[in-house]
Design a protein around this ligand. Structure first.
Ligand SMILES: Nc1ncnc2c1ncn2[C@@H]1O[C@H](COP(=O)(O)OP(=O)(O)O)[C@@H](O)[C@H]1O
Ligand SMILES: [Mg+2]
Length: 253
């Protein structure tokens, strides 16, 4: 099987707290997989381990078949890994287009060239336009980001992550804080992304996850408690217990 991501016995402790405990997970190339779980389950910590922002206490991470456990974040990014954050991270007083332009330019080798050929600049412009059209935001390109709806701002963040043409995209709760209508729009937008792109989506909200992906892994107190098709996960007694708020205690995985 061709794999985008493999996590093997991944563990991260913060002092006495095991935020991520012994997570083993495989994401095939081209898959769309969600990691769901309540607040504090360890979802964002898991992303920070995958991107290299945090070092694991133990375990291995392979990206497109290569062990990246000791590679710094920028090397993993150069291999085609991109992410969004749980909290909005845009330049609010710059326009929609300027935000995307900065992201595209930052990733081009031409960024160090002061006297850049016109054609290279046209190439950047074209990429910006393609990204904005993908989110239906081309018409709003001259508006400052702060006047856009929160749902649109979150979509721009996904565009920024796409600027480097990643092969594996990690989305951390892209629908957090959105209205029901904006959530549906975000789900539609993510579903419409390039079919060749592997997507790992963190969601607190099960409905959004179910809308966007085929397979789901459920994280609870740092441990994977269920994994499989949407139907299997929905029917899992462990998942029902977690989402119905039944008592659960922190134990080992
Ligand atoms: N840098 C950190 N230092 C100490 N504890 C942390 C740190 N980051 C996360 N945690 C703790 O790890 C647990 C998992 O957090 P997090 O990964 O943010 O969960 P989630 O994204 O699923 O809500 C929480 O108990 C959180 O308080
Ligand atoms: Mg989180």
């Amino acid at each position: 099987m061709d794999r985008a991501l493999e996590l093997e016995g991944l563990c991260r402790r913060f002092g006495g707290l095991e935020a991520v405990g012994d997570v083993t997970l495989t994401v095939p190339r081209g898959a769309r997989q969600a990691i769901i779980g309540p607040n504090g389950a360890g979802k964002t910590t898991l992303f920070n381990l995958i991107t290299g922002e945090l070092a694991p206490s133990s375990g291995r991470i392979r990206l497109f078949g290569r062990d990246v456990t000791s590679l710094p974040a920028h090397r993993r990014a150069a291999m085609g890994l991109a992410r969004t954050f749980q909290i909005t991270n845009l330049f609010r007083s710059l326009t929609v287009e300027e935000n995307v332009l900065l992201a595209v330019q930052a990733l081009r080798p031409s960024r160090y060239v002061m006297t850049r050929p016109v054609r290279a600049y046209a190439d950047v412009q074209e990429r910006v336009r393609a990204l904005l059209e993908r989110a239906g935001l081309w018409a709003k390109r001259a508006m400052p980001v702060r006047v856009l709806s929160y749902g649109e701002q979150r979509q721009i963040e996904v565009l920024l992550a796409l600027a480097g043409e990643p092969r594996l995209l990690l989305l951390d709760e892209p629908a957090a804080g959105l209205s029901p209508g904006e959530r549906r729009e975000m789900a539609r937008f993510i579903k419409g992304l390039d079919a060749g792109l592997t997507i790992l989506l963190i969601e607190h909200d099960m409905d959004v996850a179910f809308e966007v992906v085929e397979t789901i892994a459920v994280l609870h107190l740092g441990c994977l408690v269920a994994e499989g098709s949407k139907e299997a996960v929905r029917a899992s007694p462990a998942v029902q217990e977690i989402y119905l708020g039944t008592e659960a205690s922190r134990g080992s995985c």
